[in-house]
Design a binder for this molecule. Structure first.
Ligand SMILES: NC(=O)c1ccc[n+]([C@@H]2O[C@H](COP(=O)([O-])OP(=O)(O)OC[C@H]3O[C@@H](n4cnc5c(N)ncnc54)[C@H](OP(=O)(O)O)[C@@H]3O)[C@@H](O)[C@H]2O)c1
Length: 436
C-alpha cells in the first residue's frame, strides 16, 4: 500500500484554498491520525494562472477536467467549483471510474439527488458530503451514523448564516433589511449576489439533504415551500420582541401521521428557546429522534475554514476506509439502496401552526370588527392583538397585529385574501409563522 493518498482538487476558491491551507498547516497531524499522508497532486480551476496568495507548491494546476478524472493515481476527487452541470459531470465521471468523491455542493445534491446518490451507491468509490450542510457542524455524520438507531421525527434549524447575520443585525441594531444586507456584504458574510441566501434557497437545499438522510427517501426539491427574509421589516422585529419572540429563518421538517411536512421561511421563535440565542453567522441544527430525544448541534455554518474542516474530515474518513480491508462504510444516505425512491412533501396548505398577522389598516371605527369577523369565519381563533401607532390620526394607516392560536394555512390564506380586498386595508398583510 502507498504511504500517501492522492487528491485531485476541483476549485481553488473560498473553500478550495481553505483545504490547501489546512493541509499545509495540519498535514503532519493528519498523517499521524490517518497513518498516510494526504497530498493534493492536481488542481483544476477556471483560471489556473490566477495569483491566490497561498502555497500551491507540488500541485499541478490546469483548467482541464480530464487531467484529474483520467489520472489513475488520483484516489479521491474533491469537487469545490459549485454549480450544477459541470460539477455533476465531474462527480458522475469520477464515481464511474471507481474514484472516491468529496463535495460541498448542496445545490447539486439537493436538486439532482436521485442521480448523484444512485451513482454514489453503485460506485466502488466512497462519497463524502459533510461540507454541504452547516460547515463546521458534523450533522451529516451525526444523522448517518450516530442517530442511525433512531427514527427521526423532526429536524429544524438555522442553516443559513447570511440570513441569520442579517436578522440578528436587524434585531440588535434596529437596522432595515437593506442596510443589514449591505453590512453583511461589507463584512464578507454575504456574497455580491445574495439571492440564494436571502430567498431561502440555500437553506432549502440543506433542508432537503437533511430530510433525505433522516427520512429514508429522496424528496423533491421543487415541492418544498420556500420563503425568504427580504419582506421582514423593522416593525415586525420590534412587535415580535414585544410578544417575546425573535425572527429567524428556519428550515423545518417533520415526519408525522399525515406525511412529511417541510418548509423554509422566517419564523417567530420564543426568546427563551435555544435557537433564539443563535446569532450572527452561526448555525444550529436540532434533531429529534424517538429514543435519543432532542439534540442540538451548533457552530460556524460556512466560510473557508469551517467548510474545509468538514472536507478534511471526509478525506480522512475515506482515507481510513481505503487503507483498511473493511469496505463496510456507511451507505451514503444511511439507508439501503432499495429505499432510494421519491417521497412527497405535504402541500403548505395543510400546515397547522400559529401565525403572526400584521394588517395595515385605516385607523377608524369598525376596523377591528371587520378583521376579526373575517378571521372567525375562516376558523381562525385569536390569541392576542395589539394596535401599533404613535398617535391617533383619523384616516391614516396603523399596524394591527394579531397572533392566532393554531390554524390551518389554507384558512389563513383565505382570510388574508378576503381582508386584503377590504377598502380599510392600505398595504398587503404580512404573515410570519410562529414556532409553537
Ligand atoms: N463558501 C462557503 O462558505 C461554502 C460553504 C459550504 C459549501 N460551499 C460550497 O462549496 C462550493 C465552492 O464554493 P466556494 O465558495 O469555494 O466558491 P468560489 O469561491 O466561487 O470558488 C469556485 C472555484 O471554482 C472554480 N471554477 C469555477 N468554474 C469553473 C470551471 N468551469 N472549471 C474549473 N474551475 C471552475 C473557480 O476558478 P477560478 O478561481 O480560477 O476562477 C474557483 O476556484 C460550492 O458548491 C458551494 O456551495 C461553500
Amino acid at each position: 500500500m502507498k504511504n500517501y493518498i492522492n487528491i485531485g482538487l476541483f476549485g481553488l476558491g473560498t473553500v478550495g484554498k481553505g483545504v490547501v491551507n489546512q493541509l499545509n498547516d495540519n498535514g503532519s497531524l493528519i498523517k499521524k491520525r490517518l497513518g498516510r499522508e494526504i497530498r493534493i497532486t492536481r488542481a483544476v480551476t477556471a483560471n489556473p494562472d490566477k495569483e491566490r496568495g497561498i502555497d500551491l507548491k507540488n500541485i499541478q494546476i490546469s483548467n482541464k477536467i480530464n487531467d484529474i478524472i483520467n489520472d489513475p493515481e488520483i484516489d479521491i476527487v474533491v469537487e469545490l467549483i459549485g454549480g450544477i452541470d459541470l460539477a455533476k459531470s465531474i462527480i458522475l465521471q469520477s464515481l464511474k471510474k471507481g474514484k472516491s468523491v468529496v463535495t460541498a455542493n448542496k445545490a447539486l445534491l439537493a436538486e439532482c439527488a436521485e442521480e448523484i446518490f444512485n451513482a454514489a451507491y453503485t460506485s466502488k468509490g466512497l462519497f463524502g458530503y459533510e461540507a454541504s450542510v452547516a460547515g463546521g457542524i458534523p450533522i451529516i455524520r451525526n444523522i448517518r451514523e450516530s442517530y442511525s438507531g433512531d427514527k427521526i421525527m423532526e429536524i429544524s434549524g438555522i442553516i443559513n448564516g447570511t440570513a441569520n447575520y442579517i436578522l440578528s443585525s436587524m434585531s440588535e441594531k434596529n437596522e432595515t433589511f437593506l442596510s443589514a444586507l449591505k453590512e453583511a456584504q461589507e463584512k464578507g458574510f454575504a456574497e455580491a449576489d445574495p439571492t440564494f441566501d436571502i430567498e431561502g434557497i440555500d437553506a432549502a437545499h440543506k433542508l432537503i439533504l437533511l430530510m433525505n438522510l433522516s427520512f429514508n427517501a429522496i424528496f423533491d426539491f421543487k415541492s418544498l415551500y420556500i420563503e425568504g427574509i427580504a419582506q421582514i421589516e423593522p416593525i415586525d422585529i420590534e412587535i415580535a420582541d414585544d410578544f417575546g419572540y425573535v425572527v429567524k429563518l428556519l428550515g423545518k421538517a417533520r415526519d408525522d401521521d399525515k406525511g412529511f411536512e417541510a418548509r423554509v421561511h422566517p419564523t417567530l421563535v420564543n426568546k427563551n428557546s435555544i435557537l433564539a440565542s443563535v446569532n450572527g453567522a452561526f448555525n444550529a441544527v436540532q434533531v429529534m429522534g424517538n429514543f435519543v430525544g432532542e439534540t442540538l448541534s451548533y457552530g460556524a455554518g460556512a466560510g473557508s475554514y469551517p467548510t474545509s474542516s468538514a472536507v478534511l474530515g471526509d478525506l480522512i474518513q475515506i482515507g481510513r476506509a481505503l487503507s483498511s480491508s473493511d469496505t463496510s462504510s456507511p451507505p451514503p444516505l444511511s439507508f439501503q439502496i432499495e429505499h432510494l425512491r421519491k417521497k412527497q412533501i405535504l402541500p403548505i396548505d395543510e400546515l397547522e401552526t400559529e401565525y403572526y398577522l400584521r394588517f395595515t389598516v385605516l385607523d377608524k371605527v369598525g376596523v377591528l370588527a371587520s378583521l376579526t369577523k373575517s378571521l372567525g369565519e375562516n376558523n381562525i381563533s385569536i390569541r392576542c392583538m395589539i394596535q401599533k401607532s404613535k398617535e391617533h390620526v383619523p384616516g391614516l394607516p396603523v399596524a394591527v397585529v394579531i397572533l392566532t392560536h393554531i390554524a390551518r394555512e389554507k384558512d389563513i390564506r383565505a382570510a388574508i385574501n378576503e381582508i386584503d380586498k377590504m377598502p380599510i386595508v392600505t398595504s398587503p398583510t404580512r404573515l410570519i409563522r410562529i414556532d409553537p
